[in-house]
Design a protein around this ligand. Sequence first.
Ligand code: UD1
Ligand code: UDP
Length: 370
Amino acid sequence: MKKKVLCVIGTRPEAIKMAPVVIAFKKSSEFEVCVLATAQHRDLLDQALSLFDIKVDYDLNIMQPGQSLPELTSRLMLGVDKVLTEIKPDLVIAQGDTTTVFVTSLACFYHKIPFAHLEAGLRTHDLYSPFPEEANRVLAGNLASLHFAPTEVSKSNLLREAMDPTKIFVTGNTVIDALLVTAQKDFTLEIDIPENKRMVLVTSHRRENFGQPITNICKAILALVKKYDDIIVVFPVHPNPNIRKVVDQYLLDNARIKLVSPFDYGPFVSAMKKAYIILTDSGGVQEEAPALGKPVLVLRRDTERPEAVMEGVVKLIGTELEDIVNEASKLLDDMNEYRAMAKGASPYGDGKSSERIVDIVRSYFEQSPR
Ligand code: UD1
Ligand code: UDP
């Protein structure tokens, strides 16, 4: 009998990172693969799913504008519980550290269904940063039967928490599978960047950056545009109202600041390829941009992704106005600084993570048939 594997997806990055896994499982005849979209994100999720042509079997359509964590958590729990009751999967996989992932792990525990955690073991070791993601991934990890750790660093975090070593597998991060396939294709970027201008690509959405930090980020962008007349800032603005409101307040109506709706994944990869430098608080972008040889300045004070920082291609700069301007200026002014960070590195994967994951799940079922 085929083993039923349920892949759960809530937000944009989960769709991008889970898509290669779904595709790899579908190639293998021993598995019946179902996809549950909680739709914690709606438009962002649909954009990402359509690029990879992922068909959703169950859609909870959870998202509400300005959703709070408690209401999101409770709606998700009832929705995921209903699907688990209906389809009784043999294994459930969820990726990362969102509320969808934490709730899925807990719902699996209640149903005594094995839960596999994709992108396991990332830690800042500060429960409140990022908030609520650090707690989400610690809690999901504690309920997991299989941990797919992207790197040796993430594996060692899990070992330090006394997780069973026989259940931890270093697979690489599936984001690199998605990136390598997407980067081969040509996607039109509908923004004109003249040959003599350098593109600064910016993204921000983290809860820790709501309020003063996002205000600082906007003011730093204004200062940089004033200081350098050869840069164009491209800022795909996350739909979270706490970000959008502030960005609109400070950055509208400047010819060299292009505020755009979130890009589909293909065009976003093109934008990363065209960028001179990238300023971001995104997790996924910290993994992808180094693989494309693009320097990344991280608008956070800590990161659960130390590997690229250690390679010298990503730098943590925080969210103070002066620090952002100074660090960006170093890269814009000094070719040696720039080259050192643009040398490229791919500590997060080789593009074959999803194949490894399917093999591990196959052996898992062979060793524990029920
Ligand atoms: C969520 C995750 C975060 C992840 C991020 C990826 C949680 C608590 N947060 O943050 O870990 O890094 O996704 O982007 O799990 N919205 C839309 N359309 C969309 C998506 C969001 O309008 O397609 C708006 C809605 O008003 C929504 C709000 O953004 O209520 C917040 O969405 P939510 O998923 O709660 O948090 P994010 O900040 O997107
Ligand atoms: N991304 C995208 N369009 C955009 C901005 C980002 O497709 O306009 C992709 C990006 O390449 C990465 C993922 O979205 O794969 C990251 O999502 P986000 O920053 O929202 O979440 P995080 O990775 O921080 O959880």
